[in-house]
Design a protein around this ligand. Structure first.
Ligand code: GLU
Length: 506
């Protein structure tokens, strides 16, 4: 199909996947799916010095967890591969050379020492980071400043060099951003960015343009941090493929943390996850916790991200991915930075946990409980437990604290909460209660409750005064769902056993 929408997420595999990255994935995906388009994942790994083993596989794992599968990628295949830029190395050189031939780029032979000397020389209080630009290029060693035959000889001798774009001196570059409207830049303020590095690899600037062209990308969503480079990309489109073929750009607003742009360090500082999934830096072995392992449902995580910078214009906040595909519109994406609020993220998770039925949650809760050493073989029991406690769980990991006592007797009892009001009469009540329980033909919370109340009346004790000790006997503390429901689920013998065991300790 000629005009099929094609979008891409183009991560550099250099570490954990930041929630801002997942939001970029999501907006790409929603936009494409709404219009029946394709979502492509392209790995931008041309910076060999930043190669991190495992980072690429981790990105795929994160997308899988989110339930967002690319239509085309290095592992899904597709007609526009390879989908790793390092494997596309050969395609870039020709474009870079074509730019040089047409006078839009030049060879630069400056050594790192020469570049440093230039910076030192030109550094002033007003210009703390001098750049390689129109004011500087004439004094450096490049194919503009050197005689043509010298350039030729140096190239023949394989003198290490890069290719730089030659920016126009003073030109206004403008384009229509889908979120920001028309944006303008003056080329006079921008440096002659490197397009091809000495190792023959393209930089991001050249690769993004060439690949978006070759992969027939129609719309490109990326973080706002790329906005300042966009005029360079517009020029490359103009010089190589024609500006009218350029994808439509959308620069997504920054995600703000408690103090400025949300960073991985904020996570450690304020105790919330920033990455989608756990990430261990292979160089330092440092583990950064992810939303998944923290106990988030992918549905809630995506829902929260969708709302970080977008809403549908109503008060509705909980959306499934299907709703989002239907309702998403780029016109409603905000220009201003979106503030990440961890409490709100948890609120979304709680809403999703409450909204799911036991079957939806079964496997995830089983994993949480089994990871903490519980044996959970009885699915019928597990489903009942989930239904009983899910409203009390904000994170999936909360299921352990809220439910472990259904699978194991509590390790400690909050005896201090019982002792001050503990009496011989109460002890006798529980002994009689056990006898009554033994005789019960049907073990269900309604019958348990009625037996409990009957004996309490017989013994002339208010049932309310007996329920707290009963709860502590069964769960160890002052929490949990209705106590007769708990007794009903843990079973008659286990209930009697926990009562008798506690009586010794009270
Ligand atoms: N590789 C760039 C990044 O990781 C991609 C930017 C883009 O989507 O064009 O931020």
């Amino acid at each position: 199909m000629e005009n099929k929408v094609r979008v891409r997420f183009a991560p550099s595999p250099t570490g954990g996947l930041h929630l801002g990255g997942v939001r970029t994935v999501l907006y790409n995906y929603l936009f494409a799916k709404k219009l029946g388009g394709d979502f492509i994942l392209r790995i931008e790994d041309t910076d060999q010095s930043r190669f991190v083993p495992g980072a690429e596989g981790y990105i795929f794992e994160c997308l899988k967890w989110c339930g967002i599968e690319p239509d085309e990628s290095a592992i899904h295949g597709g007609d526009y591969g390879p989908y790793r830029q390092s494997e596309r190395k050969r395609s870039y050189l020709g474009y870079a050379e074509k730019l040089v031939e047409n006078g839009y780029a030049y060879y630069a032979f400056d050594t790192p020492e020469e570049l440093e000397a230039m910076r030192q020389d030109l550094r002033t209080a007003d210009n703390p980071a001098p750049q390689y630009d129109q004011t500087v290029r004439g004094r450096m060693r490049n194919s503009i400043s050197l005689p043509a035959d010298e350039t030729k000889t140096m190239l023949l001798k394989n003198t290490p060099h890069v290719i730089r774009i030659k920016l126009p001196d003073d030109e206004i570059i403008s384009f229509q951003d889908m979120i920001r409207g028309e944006v303008h830049f003056n080329t006079g303020t921008i440096d002659d960015k490197v397009l091809l590095k000495a190792d023959g690899m393209p930089t991001y600037h050249l690769a993004v343009v060439v690949d978006d062209f070759l992969m027939k990308i129609t719309h490109a969503f990326r973080g706002e941090e790329w906005l300042p480079s966009s005029p360079v990309h517009v020029l490359l489109w103009r010089y190589l493929f024609g500006e009218k073929n350029m994808p439509q750009w959308a620069h997504l607003p920054l995600i703000m943390g408690p103090s400025g742009k949300l960073s991985k360090r904020d996570g450690a500082k304020y105790g919330f996850p920033v990455f989608a999934m756990n990430w261990t830096d292979p160089a330092t072995n440092e583990l950064t916790e992810g939303f998944k392992e923290k106990g988030f449902l992918p549905e809630a995580f995506l829902n929260m991200l969708a709302m970080l910078g977008w809403n549908d214009g109503t008060e509705q906040e909980v959306f499934s991915i299907t709703d989002l595909i239907q309702k998403f519109s780029i016109e409603r994406v905000h220009k201003a930075g979106a503030k990440f609020d961890y409490e709100k993220a948890k609120w979304f998770n709680h809403e999703w946990i409450k909204g799911f039925n036991a079957e939806d949650l079964r496997l995830k809760v089983k994993n949480v409980l089994e990871d903490r050493g519980l044996e959970v073989d009885d699915t019928i029991l597990l489903d009942k437990v989930i239904n009983l406690v899910k409203d009390r769980c904000t994170l999936l990991t909360d299921f352990y604290d809220q439910a472990y006592f259904f699978f194991r007797s509590p390790a400690t009892l909050d005896i201090a909460a019982v002792r001050p009001k503990w009496t011989m009469e109460k002890k006798e009540f529980f002994i009689s209660l056990c006898q009554e329980f033994e005789a019960l033909a049907e073990w269900e919370s309604a019958f348990i409750e009625s037996a409990f109340k009957t004996i309490a009346t017989e013994k002339n004790i208010k049932p309310g005064e007996l329920q707290l000790p009963f709860r502590i006997m069964l769960v160890g503390g002052k929490f949990g769902p209705p106590v007769f429901d708990i007794a009903g689920l843990i079973g008659k013998q286990e209930t009697i056993h926990r009562i008798m065991n506690s009586l010794e300790q009270f």
